[in-house]
Design a protein around this ligand. Structure first.
Ligand SMILES: NC(=O)c1ccc[n+]([C@@H]2O[C@H](COP(=O)([O-])OP(=O)(O)OC[C@H]3O[C@@H](n4cnc5c(N)ncnc54)[C@H](O)[C@@H]3O)[C@@H](O)[C@H]2O)c1
Length: 347
């Protein structure tokens, strides 16, 4: 494409760079089988070939980008692997990965500002009865609960869930995924629990992907646009995990590595089994809210404007149920004026 000047608007890479030297990335010029043989017989040479190929790969993308392509990292550690291969210029500061890379991760560029800053993330439910009928009833309940006029996400969600069954995506477990926000997740969960209580459906298990608003700390992905220096800390995922345990979720997980590779992220998952009890209503109200808003708060502290608005709206709506600390950034200009006038000359 580069040689023949073929125009390409959007580029990403989806090789398994989370395990780049273990076979996730086959160097250009050798076959998959040859690569496997080389790993077994001469690991150092395989690694050298991977590094050479990654740098070639990077140079081609760079060239395509100068011709107008737009590249983003898929969240597979491609850019981190290019850095490790020796092309340190892919790091924004050219020295280390602390300030991110020259191109955005897709969370930084797409998922964060569109979804995660507002609490929207991959909420899931599974009808444990295994009945299509139960899934259909939950789809219908969700269609009724989502207001398509609330915002563009809910407009898409309303369309998605009202047409989900006809897309025939369910191949086994009677499960559904819907990008809901905190308010939406709590509403849906309470409705489903009520339906279980009334005997309309069997028990439902709620869950979500680890790749969500709060579940994961990864400076190469979920926390790539957390710019307050805390992007390299694992606090958010750990707080999310511990808070979910304390609030009584049925299943809570904290693990290492999801998507970007071992040592590069801490991530968690969870599940709540709705059995129709009022106890589960309480767990839903407390835990689901914690699970989502912890991440939105983190993104607000990092000064992401959508997240600040979402947290302020949450505070207004939950006057007696806690308060999320809102950042009040210093006005740099005012600070400089103050220093110049009162402390001029002081070093
Ligand atoms: N962003 C996300 O939400 C998300 C989700 C799932 C997976 N991931 C990550 O994305 C990566 C890919 O996941 P997957 O499930 O598709 O993996 P996969 O191993 O099934 O697919 C990777 C593909 O890349 C090909 N490949 C390897 N080296 C290549 C090269 N030099 N040039 C061209 N192709 C090459 C392989 O042949 C394979 O087909 C993984 O690192 C995974 O952790 C990210």
């Amino acid at each position: 494409m580069d040689k023949h000047d073929i125009c390409c608007e959007l580029i990403s890479d989806q090789t398994s760079c989370h395990a780049v030297y273990e076979g996730g990335y086959t160097p250009a010029g050798i076959s998959f089988e040859e690569g496997r043989k080389l790993i077994a017989t001469n690991e150092a040479l395989f690694k050298q070939k991977v590094d050479e190929s990654l740098i070639r790969h990077y140079n081609v993308i760079k060239s395509l980008c100068t011709k107008g392509s737009r590249f983003w990292d898929y969240g597979n550690s491609f850019m981190a692997s290019v850095f490790d291969a020796g092309a340190t210029e892919i790091a924004r500061n050219g020295i280390n990965t602390n300030d991110g890379f020259i191109w955005p991760s897709y969370v930084e560029d797409i998922m964060g500002p569109l979804c995660f800053d507002y609490g929207y993330g991959p909420f899931r439910w599974v009808c444990l009865s295994g009945k299509d009928e139960d899934l259909r009833k939950t789809d219908m309940a969700a269609t009724e609960l989502i207001d398509p006029n609330r915002n563009s996400m809910d407009r898409d969600n309303h369309y998605w869930i009202s047409t989900a069954e006809q897309n025939k995506l369910v191949v086994g477990t009677k499960a559904r995924i819907l990008y809901a926000d905190e308010e939406g997740r709590v509403k849906l969960a309470l409705k489903f629990n009520e339906m279980v209580r009334n005997g309309e459906i069997g028990p439902v298990m709620l869950g979500r992907d680890h790749h969500d608003v709060s579940g994961t700390d990864s400076p190469f992905r979920e926390t790539a646009n957390i710019r307050d220096g805390s992007n390299v800390m694992a606090d958010m995922a750990t707080h999310c995990f511990a808070g979910n345990v304390a609030r009584g979720m049925t299943l809570v997980v904290l693990s290492n590595g999801g998507g970007v590779g071992i040592g590069r992220s801490i991530n968690g998952g969870n599940g709540i089994v709705l059995d129709g009890s009022s106890r589960m209503d309480e767990i839903v109200k407390k835990a689901l809210s914690w699970d989502v808003m912890g991440g939105v708060a983190r993104r607000a502290w990092a000064r992401n404007s959508g997240a600040v608005d979402t947290c302020s709206a949450w505070n207004d709506k939950h006057q007696n149920a806690g308060a999320i600390t809102i950042p009040h950034p210093v006005n740099d200009e005012y600070l400089h004026e103050l220093i110049d006038s009162d402390y001029g000359g002081m070093q």
